[in-house]
Design a protein. Sequence first.
Length: 392
Amino acid sequence: MGSSTFSSKTGWATSPNELALLLERLKRKGQAILDLSVSNPTQVSFKYLHPTLFEAFGKTKNLVYEPDPHGLKDARRSIQDYYAEKGISLSKDQIFLTANTSEAYSFVFRLLTVPGDTLLAPQPSYPILDYLADLHDLKLLRYPLDEARNWQTDHGFFQNLDWKKIRVLLVVHPNNPSGNYVSENDQRMIEAFSKELSIPVIADEVFFDYTLKEKFQPKSFAGSENILTFTLSGISKVLGLPQMKLSWIIVSGPEEARKEAIRRLEIISDTYLSVSTPIQHALPDWMEKREAIQHEILTRLGNNLKKLRALSAGQNQVKVYEPEGGWVAVLELPDHRSDEAWALEILQREKVLVHPGYFFDFEKSPYLVLSLLTREDIFEEGVRKLIHSVSE
């Protein structure tokens, strides 16, 4: 079939990049790789991943189908309890269950936009946002995060922006990969722009629980009362269970706008009804395990971050940015090579795999992104080799 058979918006470049090709060659040779890029918690030896999780499926009510566009009430009640612990009171009607966060984005984009509208999103951030914007015929405009201010929002950019072009404002809280939460000062600024210009906010809070800064308590957008806000999260990160496919949308804001958004989302969600009944019935049981699961993950993240600090101390070639939250750490390397060139050299010489910064749309180079989820022994050995390679 010719290219004209397919939608032009799906004509993405799919050829493997140099890093992927090198990795494939090394694996074909049987070379062991220290993977510091892994973001899948089910592949890094956590103890919470135990067959007892399946006990939650053994309920006779799983044999009955009772569709609800919001999701089953018991599942939503467990999400209410989750936010109540954060000091946020929600009604069940404010909650919509989806199969994953990408679907949650899709529902909200369908609710708020028409083809050609512009989505304002942070830079650096998820590469998946480009694909989601393309699939919904949206233009993606990036607003820069200021490296010198711990990756906070560039206020000057907001003040000089032509807001007539903007339909939706997206925040990632904490940002992935830079690891910063949106500060309360920036939240106030965003709220002021949003309220004045009637621009809804989407708050991606999938990593919200994973604070890496001692005694730091970020503020969730789910409690917003003054602006129409859609807060996204799910068990992929909250419970470290990406394979179980359950996320949610929290609708908050002024009563009239909130009620109208809920009314419309009910129709969108009822059209799909994508979350399976057994997963919804299992959610309350799994949420009871949340504290233990997150403790195990946070312990891994914290130990790896401490090791990264220790191994990078006393040298001036690798700068470690201190993340406030999330599952990754960002390194800045000497600028006589691009981040891709550094990643290729480190993989070739040391057999250590890392993400080059351009994967996350960093404006400058060179940055590398390391996963703090990595098994601790692998992480330590990989970081030692990385720093040795850069120092030479």
